[in-house]
Write a protein that binds this ligand. Structure first.
Ligand code: SF4
Ligand code: SF4
Length: 410
């Protein structure tokens, strides 16, 4: 007897990988016994995530990348479905790294070490060659993995000028590479207009032509500004890898909103969901290498993987994305940072609304509160001048929103 728990759609964990390829056919037969019979007798091709070249690194990585904060029961399934790239892998020690990953030959999976600015947060931290070098060296020793495939400079440069003149990260990488402890160089780039810096797309475009960086990761979601899709296309033309992050704006909120759920039950959205439609929309962009998507449980894993495997937007998915965009309008920040340079108080509006995302879309309230606490100026510093509001492409009443978020996280 199969005693593995089933999710809301009637799948169980053992059948997840096999049923993915047969989709609704297996489900239509109804019940666990029928599913097992389909899986065991017909032996359908297993669900396997597509892989794409991660730019100049030359690595072929799964279009959905895994992360260390995925739950322990989800990781073995993800490995079996083909996830071979692990974001923030330095958080695993030799004792905590999942067997499902480390039992494979070392060359079968790719691990990322994420190197932060030091001595502060993304805005106040600085670049320090020796500290970056020691951080990676210690992580390699602690994890016993031998080497990290990708050294990822987290938060990135504040400006093009800093990228041009401060070579501490690159020197740390070069030393580690000579010692065989890292193999490739990538960046996770944020926007810094609010501290008189540059936007992520300007910095990444500069790095493509003027640095040893081989790939980048940055914010990208449906309805985002055109400059982001332009830089993704440019990256493809220049063989520079791109991983999208913070992709699921409004998806978590939609899942708990009764009105949205009623609307989504209409026939034109049948077979789609905001999460699946977003994954398909991302995957339909051939210039994008992969996306990192928060995955809390088996249901989400299954929905995301199936969507990534199908990667073609149906009419139902397009309708769902339109509905989600309407739902988000006036409510969910796109993290575009258009507003930040208009604020006389230099409030990090986009960062504050990113923390709101953690709370409302990923349901990670304590993480959101902890991040909110680190701000030098939080939402309560808003003087309600309204200067930022005309700049918002999402029509958010930023004054009211900052108050709401402060009540939630402050
Ligand atoms: S309304 Fe608040 S957040 Fe917007 S520009 Fe004025 S002070 Fe800054
Ligand atoms: S509040 Fe509006 S303008 Fe500011 S980052 Fe969010 S979506 Fe962009």
């Amino acid at each position: 007897m199969n005693d593995q728990p089933m999710n809301s759609q009637g799948f169980n964990r053992r059948n997840f990988l096999k049923v993915g390829a047969t989709g609704a056919t297996g489900l239509a037969l109804g019940g666990l016994g029928a599913l097992s019979a389909v899986a065991d007798e017909a032996k359908p091709a297993p669900l396997k995530l597509p892989r794409r070249r991660y730019g100049r690194t030359g690595l072929e990585i799964s279009t959905l990348v895994g992360a260390t904060d995925w739950s322990a029961d989800v990781i073995p399934l993800a490995v079996e479905a083909g996830v071979n790239y692990w974001h923030k892998a330095h958080r695993w020690t030799a004792a905590t790294m999942p067997d499902a990953i480390k039992s494979q030959p070392r060359e079968a999976y790719h691990l990322e070490v994420v190197v932060d600015r030091v001595g502060g947060d993304n805005k106040t931290g600085h670049i320090d060659e020796e500290q970056h070098y020691q951080f990676v060296k210690n992580a390699v020793a602690r994890s016993g993995v031998g080497y990290y495939d990708v050294f990822k400079f987290h938060f990135g440069y504040h400006s093009v000028a800093e990228a041009r003149t401060n070579l501490g990260v690159i020197r740390a990488y070069d030393r580690l590479k000579k010692e065989g402890l890292v193999k490739h160089l990538a960046i996770s780039q944020h926007h810094y207009k609010d501290i008189n810096g540059d936007m992520a797309f300007d910095i990444v475009a500069y790095l493509m032509d003027h640095s040893p960086f081989e790939a980048a990761q940055f914010f990208y979601t449906y309805g985002d500004r055109k400059e982001i899709s332009d830089v993704i296309a440019l990256a493809k033309a220049k063989d520079f890898g791109v991983i999208a992050m913070k992709t699921m704006g409004g998806v978590g909120r939609a899942a708990t909103d009764k009105k949205m759920q009623t609307l989504l039950a209409e026939p034109k959205y049948a077979g789609s969901s905001p999460g699946a439609a977003m994954v398909k929309w991302l995957m339909a962009n051939p210039s994008l290498t992969a996306a990192v998507i928060a995955t809390k449980n088996f249901d989400q894993l299954q929905e995301n993987f199936k969507a990534a495997q199908e990667h073609t937007l149906g009419r139902n998915d397009q309708e769902t994305l339109k509905l989600l965009a309407g739902f988000n309008q006036g409510m969910t920040c796109l993290l575009c940072a258009d507003c930040v340079s208009h604020c006389p108080e230099h409030i990090a509006i986009a960062d504050i609304l990113r923390y709101e995302r953690y709370a409302l879309d990923y349901h990670e309230l304590s993480r959101a509160k902890a991040e909110y606490k680190t701000l030098t100026k939080d939402g309560s510093a808003c003087i309600a001048c309204g200067d930022c509001i005309p700049a918002c492409r999402a029509d958010i009443n930023i004054v009211a929103k900052l108050k709401e978020v402060h009540n939630l996280l402050g």
